[in-house]
Ligand binder design. Structure first.
Ligand SMILES: Nc1ncnc2c1ncn2[C@@H]1O[C@H](COP(=O)(O)OP(=O)(O)OP(=O)(O)O)[C@@H](O)[C@H]1O
Length: 597
C-alpha cells in the first residue's frame, strides 16, 4: 500500500492539492446524502405515526422550537427539506462527477505529453533498448489506463467510501443491532475481494501485454508490407495477431467479468440482511411494530443507496487492481528516464544544461579545426570497444571520406560525432572547446543525412523544412535546397508540386528521390557541418553523379563528412580515413588511401 501511494504521488506530482479539494467536496456531498436519508426515515415515521415526533428528541426539539401548529404542517416542512436536500445532493454530485472527469482526462493529456517529451528527449541509447510499440502503448494506452482505469475509480471509490461510512453511521445510530449485520456484510464483501486481488492484477497486465504485442505485430507486418507480400508470409502475422487478440479478449473478459462478482454477492447479502433483520425484530425485539416501520424505512432507503455505493466501491477497487500495472509502467519509465538523463548529464563530464537553447541558437563557433581526440566508446552490454581511442582531425571547409569494412565502426563514430552517444573517454573539440560544454549548440551546427531517410506522411515541403512551422518556412531557401539536391525535375513531375503528400515513410517516392529529399532537408537547414551516412547508396548512377556534383559544389563552403561504400563518391574528398576495428587504420588523400599510391 505504501509503495502504491509513493508511486501514485510521484506520478501525480503537482495535482495533490486538487486531490485534497475533491476529497473535501465528497465529504460535503455525503453530508447532504446522510442528512437527506435520515430525514426520509423521519418523514415516513411521522407519516405513519404522528406520535413519533414525541419519541424522538431531535424531532420534538425542532417541533417545539420552530413552533409548529400541527403535525401535518411539520410533515410538510420535513418533506420539503428532504426534497431540497436531495436536489442539492443531485446538483453537487453531478458537478463533482464532472470535476472528476475533467481532472482525469486532463491528467491523461498531461501525462501523455510528459511521456512523449521524456521519450523524445531521452538519451539515444534508451531507444536502442526499447521497442517503439511499448512507447506508443505507454503514451496512448497506459496513460489511459492510469487516469481512467485507476485515478478516476480511486476518486469515485473515495467518494463511495465516504458515503458508505456516513450511511453506516446513520444506520448504527438508528439501531445498534444493525452494526453487527452491516459489519458482517462488509467483512464478507471485502473478504471476497481479497483472493481475487492477484488474479485481477495478472489479467490486467496480460491484457496490456497482448495489446502491446498487437501494436508490435502491426508494425512488423504492415511496416514491412513489401517483404511480407512478396514472401507470402501474411498468415504468419495474421496468426500472431489472432493469438494476441484472443489473449487480449480472454484477459479483459476475466478482469471485467470477475471484477463485478462481489457486487452481485453483496446485493444478495443485503437483501438477506433486510429480511433477516425484519424477522429478528418481529420475533425478538421488545419495540412496537411502528418503530419497525420507521427503522425499515431508513434501512430500505439506506440499502437503496448503500447497495450501489458498496457495489461501486467494490467494482472501483477491482478496476484499480486490473489497471495497477499501468501505475508500475509509468512510474518505471518516468523514473528510468529521470535517472538516464541524470546519468547522461554526469557521463557528459562537462555538459551544461542544454534545454534552454532552441534549435537555431548557437554558442559554439567553428573557425579552424575539429579534433576527435582519443574517443573510446563501448555499447552497453558488450565487451569490446566499438571505438578504440580513435583520433581524427577535420579542418573547416574540408570534405572528409570515411571508409572501412562493414562493422568497422563508421556509423558509431558518426553517432558519437552527432552527440547521440556519450563516449566513455576522450573528447571532441571545436577550436579547442569541448562540444560537451554545450551539446545542443554543437548539434545546431550539424546536418545529417542517414542511410535510410525518415519521411513523414505529409507534403514534400514539410518533409524538406522538417520541424519548421508552416508560417516561417522560407520559400527561397526551400527552392535553393531543392535545386541543389537535384530535386527540381522531380517536383515538377509531382501532381501538386511541393504540396504533394509523399505517403507514410515516403512510399510514393523512389529510393533515390527519398535520399535527395534527405539531402534537400539538410541543405534547407543551412548547417555548417554536413554528415552523409552512405547518402548515395540508393541513387542510380546518373542521380548519384548529380548528387555527388551537388555535394562537391558545397566543398569549401561547408565541412562535409561522408561515409561511403562507393568509393567514387568520395573521390573529391580532401582526406580519407580508413577505419578498422574502431581505430584509424590509414589516412591521407584518395590516391594514398584508396589507390595506394
Ligand atoms: N546498438 C548496438 N549495440 C551493440 N553493438 C553494436 C550496436 N550497434 C553497432 N554495434 C557494433 O559496433 C560495431 C561497429 O558497428 P557500426 O555500425 O559502427 O559499423 P559500420 O562500420 O558503420 O558498419 P556498416 O558499414 O555495415 O554500416 C559492430 O561490431 C557492431 O556489431
Amino acid at each position: 500500500m505504501s509503495q502504491f501511494l509513493s508511486k501514485f504521488l510521484y506520478i501525480t506530482k503537482g495535482h495533490h492539492k486538487s486531490f485534497i479539494g475533491m476529497i473535501f467536496l465528497f465529504l460535503f456531498i455525503s453530508g447532504f446524502e446522510v442528512f437527506g436519508t435520515g430525514m426520509v426515515g423521519s418523514f415516513i415515521a411521522i407519516a405513519t405515526s404522528p406520535n413519533s415526533i414525541k419519541n424522538s428528541y431531535w424531532l420534538n426539539l425542532a417541533y417545539q422550537q420552530l413552533k409548529f401548529s400541527s403535525e401535518q404542517q411539520f410533515l410538510l416542512v420535513i418533506g420539503l427539506v428532504v426534497i431540497i436536500a436531495f436536489y442539492a445532493k443531485a446538483f453537487f454530485s453531478f458537478n463533482a462527477q464532472k470535476v472528476v472527469f475533467e481532472f482525469g482526462y486532463k491528467l491523461k493529456g498531461e501525462l501523455s505529453y510528459k511521456l512523449m517529451k521524456a521519450y523524445i528527449e531521452a538519451p539515444y541509447s534508451f531507444h536502442l533498448r526499447i521497442n517503439s510499440a511499448t512507447l506508443i502503448q505507454n503514451v496512448v494506452t497506459s496513460t489511459d489506463q492510469f487516469c481512467i482505469g485507476l485515478v478516476m475509480p480511486l476518486l469515485t471509490s473515495i467518494s463511495n467510501s465516504v458515503i458508505i461510512l456516513a450511511l453506516v453511521l446513520l444506520l448504527v445510530a438508528t439501531d445498534i443491532t444493525a452494526l453487527i449485520f452491516i459489519a458482517m456484510i462488509l467483512l464478507v464483501a471485502f473478504g471476497l475481494l481479497h483472493p481475487m486481488k492477484d488474479r485481477l492484477a495478472r489479467w490486467g497486465k496480460e491484457g496490456w501485454q497482448a495489446s502491446r504485442e498487437m501494436i508490435r505485430i502491426m508494425n512488423h507486418g504492415i511496416g514491412g508490407l513489401k517483404e511480407t507480400r512478396v514472401l507470402g508470409c501474411e498468415s504468419y502475422f495474421e496468426q500472431q495477431m489472432e493469438e494476441q487478440t484472443k489473449k487480449y479478449a480472454l484477459n479483459q473478459t476475466l478482469a471485467a467479468g470477475y471484477g463485478n462478482l462481489p457486487r452481485y454477492v453483496v446485493e444478495a447479502f443485503m437483501i438477506s440482511f433486510l429480511i433477516g433483520f425484519t424477522l429478528f425484530f418481529i420475533n425478538f425485539s421488545q419495540q412496537d411494530k411502528q418503530s419497525l416501520t420507521a427503522i425499515l424505512g431508513i434501512f430500505a432507503l439506506a440499502s437503496i443507496r448503500l447497495l450501489p455505493a458498496t457495489g461501486n466501491l467494490i467494482s472501483g477497487v477491482n478496476v484499480i487492481r486490473t489497471n495497477i500495472h499501468a501505475l508500475d509502467r509509468l512510474f518505471f519509465d518516468f523514473k528510468e528516464l529521470e535517472n538516464n538523463n541524470l546519468a547522461a548529464d554526469l557521463s557528459c563530464r562537462k555538459c551544461s544544461p542544454v534545454s534552454s537553447l532552441t534549435r537555431n541558437e548557437q554558442t559554439t563557433y567553428f573557425n579552424k579545426q575539429i579534433i576527435i581526440d582519443s574517443i573510446v566508446f563501448q555499447y552497453p552490454e558488450t565487451t569490446k570497444n566499438a571505438l578504440d581511442e580513435i583520433f581524427l582531425t577535420i579542418n573547416k571547409g574540408e570534405s572528409i571520406g570515411l571508409i572501412g569494412k562493414s562493422g568497422s565502426g563508421k556509423t558509431t563514430l558518426v553517432d558519437v560525432f552527432l552527440g547521440l552517444f556519450s563516449p566513455q573517454s576522450g573528447d571532441i573539440t571545436v577550436d579547442g572547446i569541448s562540444i560537451y560544454e554545450n551539446l545542443r549548440s554543437w548539434q545546431n551546427m550539424i546536418g545529417y543525412v542517414p542511410q535510410s531517410i525518415f519521411l513523414i506522411d505529409d507534403t514534400l515541403e514539410r518533409n524538406i523544412a522538417f520541424g519548421v512551422p508552416d508560417r516561417i518556412i522560407d520559400r527561397d531557401k526551400l527552392k535553393r535546397a531543392i535545386e541543389m539536391a537535384q530535386l527540381s525535375e522531380v517536383v515538377e513531375q509531382l501532381p501538386n508540386g511541393i504540396e504533394t503528400i509523399v505517403g507514410e515513410r515516403g512510399v510514393l517516392l523512389s529510393g533515390g528521390q527519398r535520399q535527395r529529399v534527405g539531402i534537400a532537408r539538410v541543405l534547407y537547414h543551412e548547417r555548417e557541418i554536413l554528415v552523409f551516412d552512405e547518402a548515395t547508396a540508393a541513387l542510380d548512377n546518373e542521380t548519384e553523379h548529380l548528387v555527388t556534383e551537388a555535394t562537391k559544389a558545397l566543398s569549401g563552403t561547408r565541412t562535409i563528412i561522408i561515409i561511403a561504400h562507393r568509393l567514387s563518391t568520395i573521390e573529391h574528398c580532401d582526406r580519407i580515413y580508413q577505419i578498422d576495428r574502431g581505430q584509424v587504420l590509414r589516412s591521407g588523400s584518395y590516391q594514398e588511401v584508396v589507390l595506394g599510391q
